[in-house]
Design a protein around this ligand. Structure first.
Ligand SMILES: NC(=O)c1ccc[n+]([C@@H]2O[C@H](COP(=O)([O-])OP(=O)(O)OC[C@H]3O[C@@H](n4cnc5c(N)ncnc54)[C@H](OP(=O)(O)O)[C@@H]3O)[C@@H](O)[C@H]2O)c1
Length: 269
């Protein structure tokens, strides 16, 4: 096992917790930031923006020159667009995918040659419960995480023969900067206003009582180190939601899901 790990987005939240946890467990941790960040002793910080090809290539080159091939990549960097799907412009959706999806692809393409060459690698992509359970008013974010789910599953099939695994960690609502870092759509359509306000209030409450980011870090550590890793590591209420989604009748599930987000009773079609 190669204990050199690269984590994107360690300035706060899940990335920061994961960096601290892995460093404490003897990993050599390279963590990426976009601006000056303090309070991360024992983590080697690298400047990187996942939306920028050159920045990704330069950072991976710098790390491999220092530490040799990377053993683990944790694609954590991400944010959410907030608004109804009809309110979201194509430009806002493209920007969302540029970070949450193409950012992951850039990182993977940059580290894979080294992983294939050494015959070992673990890629952990941070998805979300919204990656299998899309929520109202975060539709494009959910679509980006669904894309990551499909992408990772295919990637895992393709790289296993090289000793590389691609895995998913699926956090539920987690107490981080995620909400404050979210980007509201520029367009607000009056018809959605009342319902959107109610849903966002419900989401705020869910996030406030959310999972400790350390729990997500523990799941990421498991994915990086398990002898026979699972493809998916749901966290917090994730396992229960994933089970219910599969086995509770669709109409019943949708009803209770809508209630949780304080959506109106659906009108008969
Ligand atoms: N919190 C939740 O409820 C939750 C639930 C499920 C999944 N997730 C996922 O967990 C991951 C981490 O989010 P978090 O909750 O820990 O939120 P967070 O505290 O806002 O952290 C997000 C991190 O991503 C970085 N980042 C954003 N865009 C970037 C870019 N273009 N290039 C490089 N870094 C970038 C941020 O860096 P800056 O400081 O430079 O902005 C920050 O370090 C995300 O993928 C998110 O979708 C979160």
């Amino acid at each position: 096992m190669n204990k050199t790990v690269l984590i994107t987005g360690v300035s706060s939240g899940i990335g920061r917790e994961t960096a601290v946890l892995l460093a404490g467990k003897g990993f050599r941790v390279f963590g990426t930031v976009r601006k000056e960040t303090h309070g991360l002793d024992g983590i080697e910080l690298v400047t990187l923006d996942v939306t920028d090809d050159a920045s990704v290539k330069d950072a991976v080159r710098e790390i491999t020159a220092k530490a040799g091939p990377i053993g683990g990549l944790v694609n954590n960097a991400g944010y959410g667009v907030i608004g109804a799907v009809e309110e979201t412009s194509v430009a806002e959706a493209r920007e969302q995918f540029e970070t949450n999806v193409f950012g992951v692809m850039r990182m993977v393409n940059a580290v894979l040659p080294g992983m294939r060459e050494q015959g070992y690698g673990r890629i952990v992509n941070v998805s979300s419960v919204f990656g299998f359970l899309p929520a109202p008013y975060m539709g494009i974010y959910g679509a980006s995480k669904h894309a990551i789910e499909g992408y990772t599953e295919t990637l895992d099939h393709e790289v296993r023969d090289f000793g590389v695994r691609a895995l998913l960690v699926e956090p539920d609502a987690t107490r981080t900067n995620f909400e404050s870092a979210g980007k509201a759509t520029a367009q607000n359509i009056g018809a959605y206003a009342v319902q959107k306000a109610r849903v966002l209030e419900a989401m705020q409450q869910i996030l406030k009582n959310g999972t400790d980011p350390r729990e997500v870090a523990i799941a990421i550590h498991k994915a990086l180190t398990a002898a026979s890793p699972r493809l998916r590591y749901p966290v917090g209420t994730g396992p229960k939601l994933s089970f219910m989604r599969r086995f509770v009748p669709a109409g019943m599930f949708a009803g209770s899901f809508r209630k949780q987000f304080r959506l109106d009773e659906p009108r008969p079609a």
